[in-house]
Design a protein around this ligand. Structure first.
Ligand code: NDP
Length: 274
């Protein structure tokens, strides 16, 4: 297996990067060995697939998510396939307060002393609704889980990321982060905010050994996608495992030097892959 460096370029206005290079990235064996990477939403969907893929590449993964039972399933799969022993980090991004963030920092400091990667993948859809009917508590919850919690977690872990020397933060974006779409309400706005958070952080991090980028995985067969498009033909969607390559690239040593960029990496639907 050979490692290939994708041909990435900075987005200009509404222009998107050619997704193919990132999608087809194949890391060298053990490309992430020795790295400690925290993955949010690691119990389900894209987060779980990225956590398993990172462990296969030798990373020690911090499995952060809301439901312990799901995190334990990810843990068991990693151990069963011979990956480095992961850390179970049950954490509710909706309700966590300062004490929980401090405890998380202290636990990771004690266990690892540093963090080399942070993949923000957890998220919620909220409601699909026109703005004039959008439920206010749902709006606040979506903005909090998708955006404010990502800010809080990043802020909490920055001291540990600074100790890495080559730390990568990846935010998960969306097609509705770049152009608002009717009825996508708080979800769309939270993803616009995610892009803004990434850009501010990336600018502040220039020359510090920390990089920040964002990535839109495109349509993927998960619980969230089913909630958004209940009548869709699910056979036309790829599995979460099909979208892990861009995360591996950005979180690993080969992504070094890439900072402040946003990538659009949706795979072709399965029918078009044959
Ligand atoms: P899923 O619904 O399958 O998974 C969402 C994950 O987020 C779950 O692991 C869930 O944990 C976790 N989560 C939700 N709320 C909280 C919380 N309060 N605290 C901690 N963890 C929480 O979604 P996807 O895998 O589809 O989505 C992953 C990311 O990809 C999201 O950011 C989404 O916006 C983005 N995305 C997805 C696309 C798609 O087509 N699927 C397209 C574009 C972007 P639990 O299961 O325990 O509730």
């Amino acid at each position: 297996m050979t490692a290939r460096r994708p041909n990435c370029r900075r987005l200009k206005s509404a222009e998107l990067t050619d997704p193919q290079q990132l999608r087809n990235y194949q890391p060298a064996p053990n490309s992430h060995q020795g790295r400690v990477v925290i993955v949010t939403g690691a119990g389900d969907g894209i987060g779980q697939a990225v956590a398993l893929a990172l462990a296969r590449q030798g990373a020690t993964v911090g499995l952060l998510g809301r439901t312990l039972r799901k995190l334990e399933r990810s843990y068991d799969q990693i151990v069963k396939t011979g990956g480095p022993k992961p850390a179970l980090l049950p954490f509710n991004l909706e309700t966590a307060g300062a004490a929980e963030y401090d405890s998380l920092h202290d636990a990771l400091d004690r266990e690892f002393g540093r963090v080399d990667g942070l993949a923000h993948i957890a998220g919620i859809l909220g409601a699909l609704s026109p703005i004039d009917h959008y439920d206010v508590p749902t709006w606040c919850k979506v903005l909090h889980v998708n955006l404010t919690a990502a800010f809080l977690l990043t802020r909490t872990l920055l001291p540990l990321l600074r100790r890495s020397g080559d730390a990568s933060i990846v935010f998960t974006s969306s097609g509705v982060a770049r152009r608002g779409r009717a009825y996508w309400g708080a979800y769309s706005v939270s993803k616009f905010g995610t892009e803004g958070l990434m850009q501010v952080l990336a600018h502040e991090s220039e020359g510090t050994g920390i990089r920040a980028n964002s990535l839109n995985p495109g349509p993927v067969r998960t619980a969230m996608r089913l909630q958004a498009f209940p009548a869709e033909d699910r056979n036309r969607l790829v599995e979460p495992a099909a979208v892990t390559a861009p995360y591996l690239f950005l979180l690993g040593p080969e992504g070094r030097g890439i900072n402040g960029m946003t990538f659009d990496c949706q795979p072709p639907p399965p029918a078009a892959q044959a």
